[in-house]
Design a binder for this molecule. Structure first.
Ligand SMILES: [Zn+2]
Length: 478
């Protein structure tokens, strides 16, 4: 008898337990490394992240970005060159103190101050613009709050792209393109819907004119920030002496943006959003194993399985044959728990009929598929499967937003795990004290205003009673 591999925790009733247990059971992460906020990502998690990186990087290349690899350390003097940036990040920087004969070095919490140092050398004239460079990197932030694996860690694995333009208009268009990329990749491929929120002035990236964050609603109703994009203040760029000569030989400061999709954190949303009480449900596009074959003993089965495996691999379908000596039932539960989209059962009976049985992870339905057109069928079914996951996630997220008018309804919405949408006095500095009240009294964060919609405010602020100018969203957050 092998060990029991069933997984059965109610995701809706106890999301927190579900999340930590499934990371462990499905071998996504291992928390036993022993350093707070640093987790080991095991092969099952790393292979999903690898697929996410590849998809994101090809989207970036397709939009004119080039890769670079920057050092993980940033000298203190670079880091301190722009005051709002250093003030914003200083509390969470890991410093390397004992570097003999060198400046004190920061482990990068983000790399603006590394890229700009080089953009000062690389950007000379308008002909060098736009310059769009990204790197795939790990960054470090000394979180003081309680950490949660993949959600709030002290090391995370992301892509940061730093783009330079001749005009503010071009840079602002890039911010919109970044939001569009989040839509095309994170939503339309990974199946994670989000609200593009322009952050209030008191909550923007340190050194930015403005920030647009992508807020994802998790199953427990809490909000997690996914990719954010920023238009950078020109004094930040000037602090590094980055400039260019325009067509009329005039010296100018370029406009910069940055965009930071974090694969390890998006993975948290992918696992949380799609999974069910029996474990993970991975999008077909991201699953390390897209089809697991469970063969039954019988004449001719082994060679038929080898043929099918080779056929699927030849069509770039990730397939795994589970010929371990576990009982079939155990294998079924195990791969279900790991989130594999399709399980194929093959025995003598299937070979005689020329059809295999295919179990689908999300619907738990079994269908028969002709052995002859397997690769084609699986690709089609895989595309339909991902469409279903997206539609289900969309429905879940839409249902979470509640329109509110006063303190009581805002409180009720937040306490029942929803996001409150309401008219508010201001997203500029003047609104900060009302937002602070919401944070203290209702333990929720004012997420900002929609960057993709023009929502009209009405009435008086539910907190201060002044005339409303914006529609904001508020939610509890990680
Ligand atoms: Zn107010």
């Amino acid at each position: 008898m092998g060990k029991k591999t069933t997984f059965n925790i109610s995701k809706t009733e106890n999301f927190s337990e579900w999340y930590s247990e499934i990371l462990n059971k499905a071998e996504v992460t291992d928390l036993r490394y022993g350093v707070k906020g640093f987790v080991v990502i095991r092969p099952w998690g790393a292979r999903i992240i690898d697929k996410m990186f590849r998809i994101y990087e090809s989207a970036l290349r397709a939009t004119g970005h080039d890769p670079a690899i920057f050092p993980a350390v940033i000298p203190e003097k670079n880091f301190k060159r722009e005051s709002s940036h250093v003030d914003g990040f200083a509390p969470e920087v890991f410093w390397l103190e004992d570097v003999k004969g060198d400046d004190k070095l920061a482990l990068r919490p983000t790399s603006e101050t590394a890229f700009y140092e080089m953009y000062n050398l690389w950007i000379r004239s308008y002909r060098d613009l736009p310059m769009k460079i990204y790197q795939r990197a790990n960054v470090f932030r000394s979180e003081t709050k309680a950490t949660r694996p993949l959600i709030r860690s002290r090391e995370f694995h992301w892509i940061e792209s730093h783009d330079a333009f001749a005009t503010k208009k071009d840079a602002e268009a890039q911010v919109q393109d970044d939001i569009q990329m989040t839509e095309e990749v994170m939503h339309k491929i990974f199946g994670i819907p989000f609200l593009p929120m322009k952050r209030p002035q008191w909550d923007k990236f340190p050194g930015a004119v403005y920030t647009v964050g992508s807020d994802v609603i998790m199953p427990d109703g809490k909000v997690i920030q996914q990719p954010s994009t920023h238009l950078i203040e020109q004094h930040f760029v000037k602090a590094f002496g980055v400039k260019f000569v325009d067509e009329k030989e005039k010296e100018k400061t370029p406009w910069l943006t940055c965009y930071g999709p974090c694969m390890s954190r998006i993975l948290a949303s992918v696992l949380a959003m799609h999974g069910d009480d029996n474990g993970l449900i991975l999008p077909y596009t991201l699953s390390p194993v897209q089809v697991v074959i469970v063969p039954f003993k019988g004449k001719g089965v082994d060679s038929a399985v080898n043929d099918i495996r080779a056929q699927l691999l030849g069509e770039y379908i990730d397939v795994k044959v589970d010929d371990s000596d576990k009982r079939p039932g155990e294998k079924f539960f195990f791969w279900e728990m790991k989130g594999v989209p399709f399980r194929m059962e093959i025995g003598e009976k299937e070979l005689e009929s020329g059809e295999v049985t295919l179990f689908t992870r999300d619907t738990k339905e079994k269908i028969s598929v002709s052995i002859r057109d397997l690769p084609e069928m699986i690709k089609n079914l895989g595309a339909e499967y991902d469409e279903r996951l997206i539609a289900k996630a969309d429905e879940f997220s839409l249902d979470k937003i509640v329109d509110c008018k006063d303190k009581v309804s805002i409180r009720n919405a937040l306490d029942s795990g929803k996001i409150a949408r309401f008219s508010f006095c201001s997203a500029e500095k003047e609104g900060a004290s009302c937002a602070e009240y919401i944070e203290k009294e209702l333990q929720a964060r004012v997420m900002g205003t929609r960057a993709d919609l023009d929502e009209k405010a009405s009435g008086k602020c539910p907190i201060c009673g002044k005339k409303n100018t914006v529609v904001v969203y508020a939610g509890k957050s990680y």
